[in-house]
Every structure is written in structure tokens, then in C-alpha cells.
Design a protein around this ligand. Structure first.
Ligand code: GDP
Length: 297
């Protein structure tokens, strides 16, 4: 007890030694706090990101919850705010990607990435496109891949198909413009494009279209959208032969082609895959989507 009293008396006495230690503590504690906090934030923001987009009701929130917390988790509420909601996902690395994983964020057996959910409502779409575009400058936080989730059971309804195809058209056109700009800037083609997974959800429902039908329906609808948007340009008085690079930038896929196909996006190093699955119920599940994402990290 007396030694504690002596110690107290010593540190309360303003000797040069005590003053020196006091100054060190005052200066170093904030610096140490900053280093610790900044390291944590940096490791999060430097994780590669996969952006999850798609119309409302497609099952985005359900998919994020399932990937984060497993099949038994209760889905949280759908996001209707402007905030993009990111969760950290850890997954076994596929054999061929673990060696080439450039994130440096996972071990040889596991990789980590951020899955960023976005609001599906049309009015909030600018926030989604901002996120897609803003990361173009930042290689580390760049969106590595885009998952476009749609409700395969709803696509037999013409309105739902039009709605989903228009959203996908806008996403692909943005990625195509971004890839074209990179190609023009001399970036190696393999690094220009952002891969896209069209995930056809709710295959547990008997009304759901199979993956192949989802692909052909979306391609046909995008062909129609492309034709009507280019008609607007031609109606403005510019001849088909006179349209310059600006018009080509506004044309999705192979310039001048009659029919749009997802394969045409390969011209811009953008690979588009369509894979069916389901977040809940009986069916193929989410395994193939999960593998697709792991390969893109
Ligand atoms: P979001 O608006 O895209 O976030 O969609 P939600 O995740 O809120 O899902 C909309 C509705 O679809 C919810 O009632 C989900 O339970 C349901 N849902 C999601 N995935 C599936 C699925 O694979 N099969 C079925 N039958 N329903 C699903």
C-alpha cells in the first residue's frame, strides 16, 4: 500500500522525468489510435467489391442475408434508402483463382470481398450508377464484377421484362462506355471490362423461366430498347452513315447489328453470363452464383 502511495506521490511531483513521460503519452496516444483505426478502415475499403443490382423484389436483400449469415437467417428489410449496404463475405477460393488472386486480402484457401447491395427503386438508380462509375478511378476499391439479379418468375409479364431489361441496358451501356474509354487510353483489353452475372432468381417457383429463356427474353427486349433509342438519334436528322463515335458510344454491343446478344459485349472485354438459381425454396440454390463471384475476385 505504501509503495502505491509512493508511486502516486512520484507521478504527481513535477520532476523532469514525469513531465517528459507525460508529454510522450499526450503525443503518442492520438497517433496510435489513428494508426489502429485507419488500418481497420483501410482493410475494409481495400477489399474487392461486387455490386449487386436489379429491380425491386428480385431478391437482392434475401441473397445478401443468405450469403452473409447462411440459409437459416431471416432476411432483413429491403433497402429503400440511398445508402448502399455492404457486407463482408468470406468464401473458399476456387482452385485456379487462389493463386492469381490480386486482392491480397485472403489466404490461399479463403478469399474476402464486399458484396454491396443497392436499392432497386428507379428513383434511386443514380446512386447505383454513381457507385459503378466512381470506382473507375480507384483500382483497389474498383467494382470487380456486377451481379444483376432478376425475378425469373416475373419475366413472363411484359412490363416486368421491359423494366428489368431497361435497367440491365443502362448498366451494360455504362460499363461499355467505361471499357471503351479504358481501351482508348491504352489499358490492356483484359483489364478494361467488368464481368456481369445475370442471376435469374426464384427458380424454385414453377412459373419461373429457365436460365436460357431468361437470356433470350432479355436479349430480345434489349434489342427493342436499343432500336427505339437509336431511332431517336436517326430521327434527329443524322444519317446512319454519318453517325460518329459519339453515336457508337451510345450503341450497346456490336455497332449496327440487327439483334443484340450478350456475347457482343465481349468486344469490350465484358463477359456476361446468365445463370439460374434460387435464394429460398427447392432448386439449384445459389452455389453457381457463389462460384461465379469467387472466380471474379
Ligand atoms: P429486393 O427488393 O431485390 O431486395 O428483394 P427482397 O430480397 O426483398 O425479396 C423480395 C421477395 O422475394 C421476398 O418476399 C423474398 O422472400 C422473395 N424471394 C427472394 N428470393 C426468393 C427465391 O429464390 N424464391 C422465392 N420463392 N422467393 C424469393
Amino acid at each position: 500500500m505504501s509503495s502505491f502511495a509512493n508511486f502516486l506521490e512520484y507521478i504527481m511531483t513535477p520532476t523532469p522525468g514525469v513531465i517528459f513521460v507525460g508529454i510522450l503519452v499526450v503525443l503518442l496516444v492520438p497517433v496510435l489510435l489513428h494508426v489502429v483505426l485507419a488500418t481497420n478502415v483501410t482493410s475494409l475499403t481495400h477489399l474487392p467489391t461486387i455490386l449487386l443490382v436489379g429491380p425491386s423484389g428480385a431478391g437482392k436483400t434475401a441473397l445478401v442475408t443468405r450469403m452473409e449469415r447462411g440459409p437459416e437467417a431471416q432476411p432483413t428489410e429491403t433497402h429503400t434508402t440511398t445508402n448502399l449496404h455492404s457486407v463482408e463475405i468470406e468464401t473458399p477460393a476456387p482452385a485456379s483463382s487462389s493463386a492469381s488472386s490480386s486482392s491480397g486480402s485472403g489466404s490461399a484457401e479463403h478469399i474476402k470481398f464486399l458484396l454491396t447491395d443497392t436499392p432497386g427503386h428507379g428513383k434511386l438508380r443514380p446512386y447505383v450508377f454513381n457507385r459503378l462509375g466512381a470506382t473507375a478511378e480507384n483500382e483497389k476499391g474498383r467494382v470487380r464484377a456486377v451481379v444483376f439479379l432478376c425475378d425469373a418468375a416475373a419475366l413472363s409479364d411484359p412490363d416486368a421484362l421491359r423494366h428489368a431489361a431497361a435497367y440491365l441496358y443502362d448498366v451494360l451501356l455504362l460499363l461499355q462506355r467505361r471499357a471503351s474509354a479504358r481501351i482508348r487510353a491504352g489499358t490492356p483489353p483484359a483489364k478494361c471490362g467488368t464481368p456481369v452475372l445475370v442471376a435469374a432468381n426464384k427458380l424454385d417457383l414453377f412459373t419461373a423461366l429457365p436460365g436460357t429463356a431468361v437470356k433470350s427474353s432479355l436479349e430480345s427486349e434489349i434489342t427493342r430498347i436499343r432500336a427505339s433509342r437509336s431511332k431517336g438519334l436517326l430521327d434527329s436528322g443524322v444519317g446512319a452513315d454519318d453517325v460518329g463515335s459519339e453515336a457508337q458510344d451510345d450503341w450497346l454491343g456490336e455497332y449496327g447489328s440487327q439483334k443484340f446478344t450478350f456475347e457482343q459485349m465481349g468486344e469490350f472485354s465484358i463477359q456476361v453470363d446468365v445463370i439460374g438459381g434460387n435464394v429460398s425454396g427447392e432448386g439449384p440454390g445459389i452455389e453457381k452464383w457463389w462460384q461465379w463471384m469467387a472466380y471474379r475476385i
